[in-house]
Write a protein that binds this ligand. Structure first.
Ligand code: CS2
Length: 491
């Protein structure tokens, strides 16, 4: 009989478990405990707790689904992290998360945790779409469901921004110090963006509170990186084989990990250096590099790869033509960057491609393809605008956008339909419904409100470049379009 992982489990000597007393204050409340948080920030915190202690356990919060809580809570917050490299797999049990609250089930408990005296950092991984950011204005999207609901009823919030503002209101009222807000999502200047949203939200209800936040709350920006595929049955089966215990909350990830953080914490922080985090004054150059070279290439290869029949990133990298386009994309993206302190962009690109090739990581192109409207701006369209301004070629971005447009038609080349999983999928479907002609599909999608920067949409040759590529994808196939594109960039 195998037993389920919990605080009393006996682990084999080969599996490292928490080497510290977990009975200590939760200095961190994390919103959005998913596989990425469990493979990244929670691991740095586990290292920090082991090295230097402190009141830095993590109180997890899920804003929507109960799945993570239902997996973790019966295991005393413990879970196994599998690290899969080309040379093998290692297991470790992470102890930094105490438990996970599910906000829709227990909203008052979430507010209590956020407003607790011991809470000194509120961190977030709620994905790009969780913020209610209007890409056009850079401010709050008042049509975003949670933002709209929370503005109407700020004392009973549902979304991340609403929770943060209400918690800060309570803390101010109780005379408690504020916490640091630490955004760990893939958005450029993520701290600054979130600060703007939080202040705009607070301003709507209480200008005194907005002024208090301006003066007292730090929002350091961060760059986070670790490729973390969704867990599968194989994750759990491998964990059982390695540890002898059943774990319904296990996650798997690659060996590489990176966290670059602006060191602006008004109420202290864990010694995350223990896990290799790097503290800098300005994270922007690193964030742009990662968003454009890693995530930009990821999005391009996900759309082209998925439609071409590649289920995983590692399969894409075995397709010589598409792999050449990944390299071209990264090389072009690098040309839009200013120098990044301490980093050689060629070596960075080589390292990225080696990570993408990791045969032990089954990272689905369909997973990366989701939420395209939330990802394209910072990954593809912003560097395209920089390229336009610098007089650099736009081909790589035109190809990526054409691949996205092919993908959002929602039908494979053999006629099966698939769900886009994008918050704007209904709008997109209405625009492309019944359209067969590449030209009109491109015109319609380029006009999607707020998505494509005006300067880019109006740039001479841009729409023709996208149309020509989409035309090949539709009239021939994605595979032909990839081959032709690769041929052109080799020429
Ligand atoms: C990926 C990222 O799903 C996606 O959109 O591009 O999750 C990527 O794997 C991470 O940012 C890597 O750090």
């Amino acid at each position: 009989m195998t037993s389920r992982l919990n605080a009393g489990s006996q682990l084999p000597d080969t599996v490292q478990g928490p080497r510290y007393d977990r009975n200590r204050p939760s200095g961190i409340v994390h919103l959005g405990v998913g596989a990425f948080h469990k493979a990244h920030q929670a691991v740095y915190t586990d290292d920090a707790l082991a090295q230097s202690g402190g009141g830095w356990m993590i109180q997890g919060v899920s804003l929507r689904s109960a799945d993570v809580a239902d997996g973790l809570n019966p295991q005393d917050g413990l879970y196994t992290l599998l690290t899969r490299g080309p040379d093998g797999v290692a297991a470790r049990v992470v102890g930094s998360i105490r438990e996970v609250l599910v906000a829709p089930r227990a909203p008052l408990a979430v507010l209590d945790a956020l407003a607790a005296p011991e809470t000194r950092i509120v961190s977030l991984t709620i994905t790009e779409k969780g913020y209610g950011l209007d890409p056009k204005s850079g401010g709050l999207d008042r049509g975003h469901a949670a933002v709209a609901a929370d503005l109407a009823n700020p004392r009973a919030p549902q979304g991340a921004v609403g929770y943060i503002v209400e918690a800060l209101r309570r803390r101010r009222e109780a005379g408690l110090p504020s916490f640091t807000v630490l955004c760990c999502d893939n958005l450029p200047s993520n701290g600054r963006v979130l600060r703007r949203l939080v202040i705009e939200f607070a301003e709507a209800a209480d200008s005194g509170l907005a002024a208090f936040i301006r003066e007292n709350v730090a929002f350091p920006s961060t760059m986070v990186d670790r490729i973390t595929p969704a867990s599968t049955d194989k994750t759990a089966a491998d964990v059982l084989a390695l540890t002898g215990v059943e774990d319904r909350a296990a996650v798997e990830t690659e060996p590489f990990t990176q966290w670059i953080i602006e060191d602006e914490f008004t109420a202290g922080r864990p010694e995350w250096e223990a896990g290799g985090a790097v503290f800098v004054k300005d994270v922007a150059p690193y964030e742009k590099m990662k968003l454009r070279m890693l995530n930009g290439a990821h999005s391009m290869l996900a759309y082209a790869g998925y439609v071409a029949g590649h289920a995983y990133v590692r399969d894409v990298m075995k397709d010589a033509d598409l792999a050449a386009l990944v390299k071209r994309h990264q090389t072009e993206a690098a040309r839009t960057l200013d120098p990044v302190p301490g980093i050689d962009l060629d070596s960075y690109g080589n390292e990225l491609r080696a990570r993408f090739k990791n045969p032990a990581i089954a990272h689905m192109t369909y997973q990366i393809a989701m939420d395209g409207t939330q990802k394209l701006p910072q990954r593809i369209l912003e560097p395209a605008l920089v390229a336009l301004r610098r007089g650099l070629p736009l081909d790589a971005y035109a190809f990526a956008v054409a691949a996205w447009m092919r993908y959002v038609l929602g039908m494979s080349e053999t006629g099966e339909t698939y769900t886009l999983r994008d918050p704007r999928e209904a709008e997109i479907a209405a625009l492309v419904e019944g359209q067969r002609d590449a030209g009109s599909i491109v015109d319609r999608l380029l006009a999607l409100p707020g998505l494509f920067p005006v300067d880019l949409a109006a740039a001479p040759g841009w729409d023709t470049a996208v149309k020509r590529r989409l035309e090949t994808m539709l009239a021939k196939s994605m595979r032909s379009a990839i081959a032709e594109e690769a041929e052109r960039c080799r020429a």
